[in-house]
Design a binder for this molecule. Sequence first.
Ligand SMILES: [Zn+2]
Length: 389
Amino acid sequence: MAIECLVLGAGQEVGKSCVVVTIGGKRVMFDCGMHMGYHDDRHYPDFARALAAWGAPDFTTAISCVVITHFHMDHIGALPYFTEVCGYHGPIYMTYPTKALAPFMLEDYRKVTMGQRGEEKQYSYEDILRCMKKVTPMDLKQTVQVDKDLVIRAYYAGHVIGAAMIYAKVGDAAMVYTGDYNMTPDRHLGAAQIDRLKLDVLITESTYAKSIRDSKPAREREFLKAVHKCVSGGGKVLIPTFALGRAQELCMLLDDYWERMGLKVPIYFSAGLTIQANVYYKMLIGWTSQKIKDSHTVHNPFDFKHVCHFERSFINNPGPCVLFATPGMITGGFSLEAFKKWAPSEKNLVTLPGYCVSGTIGHKLMCGKPTRVDYEDTHIDVRCQGEAM
Ligand SMILES: [Zn+2]
């Protein structure tokens, strides 16, 4: 039987991952992401066109289930829109940590984009809560019988906490959709792991597939060197990041380095959200790497010694500091506010720890050394150092 893939987003680009696969007569939607570089219709996958192509009366009839791989906005950001605005009310699956953490990510981002120019079709906080109620959580390697013919199973992806690669099977047709995955264990996550499976289709993420990157230790060394140099010169380091994921990994790296070097410069987290996120991380320790699982009873690695809470008024404080501010890619919110303030000084440093999609300030910084960035009606002079990690 033919297997059909309809790529509604993230085909040959990063952003709004959403692939609908028809397999053995079942239609499964893998991920339901948003594109952070757009504020118009291109923001979400083109659901209406898909529905027209399927000739179905509504999404619930058209789709057997939705499976979300992880809590990043480019994989889940359109889900509340899909359920609460488009009216899909069929089954939705994700792992326990993804279900626990997704509302924070969605709400954080919703607040950032609220009132931004051209930002239409926005969902509310209540929509997020209503949407999350419809989600069935699943465990790793748990075989979930979606209906009498369709089976799905999640495998550890090692990308962010709770991230999974998804196996789906109908009759003798089987496939895997990976989402983002990582084969090298880092400070807080293990490596991706999957069984030996017989597949008809493999859909895999390939964000960095074409680029040859320095090794992780080399990138981390460069990062620490740049941060240390900046704060020794009295500068401020801005790290725009999402609340969960890289933020925790980099905090561990910096906290450790601060301890070894005896540094006293403050490291700040911009939002209470991130502090709260760390509480969740502590609760979800079973999903982290073996090394952390083994050692956390002695020392919880998420109890950072040198990291403290940031008050909004600190932004004008003199002297060096390191600041983690949400959202990543500098698309608005507090990371933009800090960027506006600090970018004009050559003493300061902006470090971009993750991939930045086109259309964002982060992307402009990654692509070259701009001397000026225009955002809506503001011009920001950029004299600070920039670094991608
Ligand atoms: Zn991701």
